[in-house]
Design a protein around this ligand. Structure first.
Ligand code: XMP
Length: 509
């Protein structure tokens, strides 16, 4: 594997994703991680990420000495390159000018294995204030740009530094460089595949669970579905899934999920019809955060009741993904303001003393999807767009009631089907309807109407952190609008949301 040390760049995670895309296992760890914590990964090479600090500033994060002492391959990216310089005896100083954006990279050492399949000149994306003034002993410049004489440096053995970011899309040959480092310099094999992951994790789950019993909350979403089928593969009927119908699901959602998991896969599913309970609890609640809290608390109550009926249970399965793990262990992560309290269905009931089983906690979302395909889950399920835990409640603005939910379900169904029919379902990150309490006057036939306004939201995004409104074709929007107004009683106006995130969020509440 490759171990990436995180010095706080916003792109650190992206390096990890790029390496994984090469079918090589890697982990991103805090920059000060001791050797004992990574020894089990059997590292074949190290990458030092970028970061916001200056290596010469007091208290600047340093790379652990064992990295250099190990004599293993090292690649420093931006701040990482400056660190190598400083720690191995070169000089880093403030650049005369900060350098951001495009630069042309010219190779000067064409035969270096690090440059295999790289053209003599290519684009590189820069983002740095500091620069290397003097290389450490034994190092030389391998490539340059107009403003950086040392755009790439190396010691002729296995330590390399890049002043630019190979992990971003704006560096088109960045992937080639990472590939060369990982395969030619570190000698890794591309053996990290979904099939490999599945057999490995089945063995691990068997070992961890032994003869114990596992429960999982099944929501029908991508992560919980894949986690449940993976565990089921490993331990069969020792797993029981609890599916809570909270009345806030999309049309036919419950039936579809039961069909796949109970009927097709023969899994133990406890189905709980809890619509009344949830709607009662939501009566009169209009504040978005209070809605989330009410739904989260009710979910845990229902889940706990059902779990207690099962008798002795030892493990709770959760679909925690790698980005969540990193976020909670990052040594340099910045405290960010709470915008929304994202409650994930499957919150840990506190007084049940269950051990956690998190079989995909080292995977990225796209890897989870590949595992789902390999497990034979329906494509439709594996490629579903994200759906929030609080469900339609945060898409029914104002008070949630049956009437509005019914209209929302009907409108949502039309949006989803039209987007799928247009072949755009996978291209947009999320696409859905929102129902508001805004009412407006319309005319249908010879009659005046006074109905609800529905909004359509469709966004493109990579990770939901930022998003842009999708430029859906006008004809498609026209079809959606026509159908909603004609087919959904009580709705007489449709608008399209053209707000990006930020400043908007994806959901309206
Ligand atoms: P926002 O609206 O914050 O959404 O831009 C970002 C992503 O998170 C989803 N989302 C939620 N997911 N519980 C969830 O499990 C929540 O309370 C919640 N709120 C938003 C949203 O659908 C989008 O994918």
């Amino acid at each position: 594997s490759i171990v990436i040390f995180d010095f706080g760049s916003q792109y650190s995670l992206l390096i990890a994703r790029r390496i994984r895309e090469l079918n090589v296992y890697c982990e991103l760890v805090p920059h000060n991680t001791p050797w004992e914590k990574i020894a089990h990964l059997n590292p074949k090479g190290f990458i030092l990420s970028g970061g916001p600090a200056s290596v010469y500033a007091p208290g600047a994060p340093m790379a652990p000495a064992y990295i250099y002492e190990s004599k293993m391959p090292v690649l420093g990216v931006c701040y990482g390159m400056q660190l190598i310089t400083q720690q191995l005896g070169g000089i880093v100083a403030e650049g005369q000018a900060r350098e951001y954006g495009h630069a042309v990279l010219h190779l000067s050492e064409f035969d270096d294995p690090f440059f295999k399949d790289l053209p003599d000149a290519s684009a590189a994306w820069m983002s740095h204030g500091d620069r290397v003034e003097k290389l450490p002993p034994d190092f030389k410049s391998l490539a340059y740009t107009e403003n950086s004489p040392y755009a790439v440096m190396g010691n002729g053995k296995n330590i390399y530094g890049l002043q630019f970011h190979p992990e971003v899309a704006h560096t088109p040959y960045g992937k080639t460089l990472l590939q060369n480092f990982v395969f030619n310099i570190c000698g890794c094999q591309p053996s990290w595949t979904p099939g490999h992951f599945i057999s490995e994790s089945i063995a691990k789950i068997k070992e961890q669970v032994g003869g114990g019993k596992v429960i999982a909350a099944l929501s029908g979403g991508v992560d919980s579905s894949i986690v449940a089928s993976l565990i089921h593969r490993a331990i069969g009927d020792q797993l029981t899934c609890i599916f809570v119908n909270n009345g806030l699901l999309r049309r036919e959602e419950a039936d579809r999920t039961l069909k796949v998991f109970r009927q097709n896969l023969g899994m133990n599913i406890v189905y709980v019809e809890a619509t009344d309970r949830f709607l009662k609890r939501l009566a009169g609640v209009t504040d978005p955060e209070l809605k989330r809290k009410a739904i989260g608390a009710e979910f845990i109550a229902v889940f706990e009741e059902e779990a207690l009926k099962l008798g002795q249970v030892d493990f709770l399965a959760q679909g925690t993904l790698y980005p969540d793990v990193i976020e909670s262990t990052s040594s340099v992560g910045t405290a960010s303001a709470k915008i929304k309290s994202h409650h994930n269905v499957g919150g840990l009931p506190e007084n049940m003393a269950l051990k956690l089983l998190e079989p995909v906690r080292y995977l990225f979302k796209d890897e989870v999807r590949q595992v789902g395909i390999e497990l034979g889950l329906p494509e439709e399920m594996v490629w579903r767009q994200p759906f929030p835990g609080p469900g339609l409640a945060i898409r029914a603005i104002g008070e949630v009631n049956r009437e509005k939910l019914e209209m929302l379900r009907a409108a949502d169904w039309i949006v989803m089907h039209e987007i799928k029919k247009a072949g755009l379902y996978r291209q947009v990150w999320q696409s859905f309807a929102i129902i508001t309490d805004v009412r407006s006057v319309g005319v249908m036939g010879d009659f005046r109407t006074y109905g609800h306004m529905v909004a359509i939201r469709a966004v493109t995004s990579d990770d939901a952190m930022t998003a842009d409104w999708a430029r859906l074709p006008y004809d498609l929007l026209a079809r959606i609008s026509n159908r909603i107004v004609n087919e959904v009683p009580g709705v007489n106006r449709v608008v399209y949301d053209i707000t990006s995130k930020p400043p908007g969020t994806i959901e309206w509440e």
